[in-house]
Design a protein around this ligand. Structure first.
Ligand code: ADP
Ligand code: MG
Length: 564
């Protein structure tokens, strides 16, 4: 973004506009000097007092911010430092209702709301509701918010001198350790890691902070699965390594199976100090799957799981506007692998039973010719052996997976034990079940039609989130309720911006496959542009998504067309 020379005299200008019609705030758009090393930019003025707040960028140069260069030496450290600063700024701004600042939750993501540059500069992007009693400019109040107010925010929250150095360092080092842990997993032959002492349960289904109280059982790894990893800051850390292959989590109801899986699910993100999951990590290419009846499916090759349907539909090239539980989960699995997922997480609580299992008695009752579904139990081994895709599965209700699991983790009153040997003994007694497939044939890569991914509505780009549930994309509303690793509304906005970028930059050109286009997107986001790559369409808050969530949104867009 070209930075025009900032102007002086915002206070004078606002004094002059006091009492003028509200619309004249627009004339203030642009950059203003706000004291030494600080620039304020009014990116977009509100159209009227009831419209969404105006957008303001506050930039503080590296010298004025004054952070130790070590704290912003790498992209991960810059993300962490920005994550710390935006939380400080949000705390500082709490009493001021005119400021709208996206501080994020327990995860530390690349966010538009605060970025740290490779020169140590700090950029804060926030909404400021510009005051307008009776639709007139209140110049004095506007100056208080934009001048002294933001100066105070910068002074107290965005400068090294105002912050506790040890806390800043702890935050940065915690995030760096988590990222290093995740990156180390493939080399250790692991798909996940849960450190001893980790606190996995959350306060409630609607509150992602750690559960409190005497009843919380800290994680303790079973000896057989205990591994030691060396992290850049914390040094040696022990915990449970979840190996590649097929891992089963079993145990009685309410014994903590789903909680462990959810911790792994969230292990693709880094967490704030005090979260309890700071040293829980899953490989970056881990995708949670679930059943999602009613979703659209566009031209996915499902024949590994679904064949000879009653209507005679071609399941090697399958489309529907209204998938069943099993076909939706089969499609989501194929799409995840197509997008590059190498670890799949599935919980019996949210899976389609008939896609997961078909036991000996049901095989005896319903002939294979009359059952379109081939259960995952018969291809899950091949997924790993032939395609390098590991699976971690919570399955307390059926023993058929004991035949195919490499590892069995038993949860007993929130404590994991290695039940692999015992499971082998149990599995040695035959059930009479016959395998229904030899192998998983692999996925077919698809070429989306970029014209079908239109972000405009009434001639304007429209990308918005409704919490983590829906993405508004052009004329469409994409249902993302089943995409469970999305963290927050701004990340959903980030997904929409990423889809728009795929089309606008020509990454999706009708010839490239979705996976190839996602490779280019990742290159853009990892490059020097970083977060700014997604910044160009508008200036709403967003967080940078993973390729898997971007793919999930493309696949759920009801307008999506795949080219032949
Ligand atoms: P399951 O999937 O085995 O039925 P859940 O994972 O849903 O069990 O956990 C059941 C309940 O126990 C939840 O309310 C969860 O928050 C709580 N819980 C899970 N792990 C722990 C733990 N380590 N300490 C205390 N409570 C826990
Ligand atoms: Mg459960």
């Amino acid at each position: 973004m070209a930075r025009q020379e900032p102007r002086d005299g915002l206070e004078r200008e606002l004094e002059r506009l006091d009492g003028a019609p509200y619309g004249r705030y627009r004339g203030l758009a642009g950059a203003w000097r706000l004291g030494a090393g600080r620039t304020l930019r009014l990116v977009r003025a509100q159209a009227d007092p009831f419209a969404p707040p105006g957008r303001v960028t506050l930039w503080i140069d590296g010298r004025e911010a004054g952070f130790d260069p070590e704290l912003w030496a790498t992209p991960v450290r810059r993300r962490a430092l920005a994550g710390y600063l935006v939380r400080c700024a949000a705390r500082e701004a709490r009493g001021e209702r005119a400021y709208h600042l996206d501080a994020g939750g327990q995860e530390v993501l690349d966010r538009s709301s605060c970025t740290v540059g490779a020169d140590g500069s700090v950029t804060l992007r926030l909404g400021v509701a510009l005051p307008g009693p009776r639709r007139r400019i209140d110049g004095r109040e506007a100056w208080r918010l934009l001048g002294p107010g933001l100066t105070r925010l910068a002074d107290r929250a965005l400068r090294a001198g105002a912050l506790e150095a040890a806390r800043v360092r702890e935050f940065v080092e915690t995030v760096e350790d988590a990222a290093a842990l995740r990156a180390a997993l493939p080399g250790l032959g692991l798909v996940g890691f849960v450190a001893d002492g980790a606190l996995l349960p959350r306060r409630s289904g609607a509150d992602d902070r750690p559960a409190r109280g005497a009843g919380v059982v800290p994680f303790r790894s079973p000896e057989e699965l205990r591994v030691t990893v060396t992290l850049p800051n914390a040094g040696e850390v022990t915990g449970m390594g979840v190996p590649e292959g097929v891992t089963l989590i079993v145990g009685g109801g309410f014994h903590g199976k789903s909680t462990l899986l959810r911790a792994l699910e969230a292990g693709v993100w880094d967490h704030v100090p005090g979260d309890g999951r700071e040293r829980v990590a899953a490989r970056a290419d881990t995708v949670k799957l679930r059943a999602e009846d009613g979703r659209r499916v566009e031209r996915v090759d499902l024949h590994a799981f679904v064949d000879h349907l009653p209507g005679g539909a071609d399941t090697t090239d399958f489309s529907t506007d209204n998938a069943s539980g099993s076909t939706s989960q089969a499609a989501s699995l194929c799409e995840a692998v197509e997008a590059g997922a190498r670890v799949l997480l599935i919980d019996e609580d949210t899976a389609a039973t008939n896609l997961m299992i078909r036991d000996a008695r049901m095989q005896a009752l319903v002939a294979k010719e009359r059952e379109p579904l081939t259960p995952l139990v018969d291809s899950v081994r091949s997924l790993h052996r032939d395609h390098g895709v590991s699976t971690v599965l919570v399955m307390g209700g059926s023993g058929d997976y004991l035949d195919v699991a490499d590892r069995v983790i038993m949860m007993d009153a929130y404590r994991p034990t290695d039940a692999t040997a015992r499971a082998r003994e149990v599995a040695a007694v035959p059930t009479g079940r016959r395998a229904e497939a030899e192998s998983f044939p692999g996925v077919v890569h698809r070429r989306p039609d970029p014209a079908s991914l239109d972000a405009t509505a009434k001639g304007r780009t429209r990308i918005r989130s409704r919490g983590t549930d829906y993405l508004v994309f052009g004329e469409h509303e994409v249902d993302l309720r089943a995409v469970e690793q999305l963290t927050d509304g701004p990340q959903v906005t980030g997904v929409g911006l990423a889809v728009e970028l795929l089309v606008r930059r020509g990454h999706l050109d009708g010839r490239r496959t979705l996976a190839q286009a996602l490779d280019l997107l990742e290159t853009d986001l990892a490059g020097p542009e970083g977060v700014a790559a997604l910044l160009s369409v508008h200036d709403e808050d967003f967080a940078v998504p993973r390729r898997y969530e971007v793919a999930a949104a493309v696949n759920r867009l009801r307008a999506l067309r795949v080219l032949r």
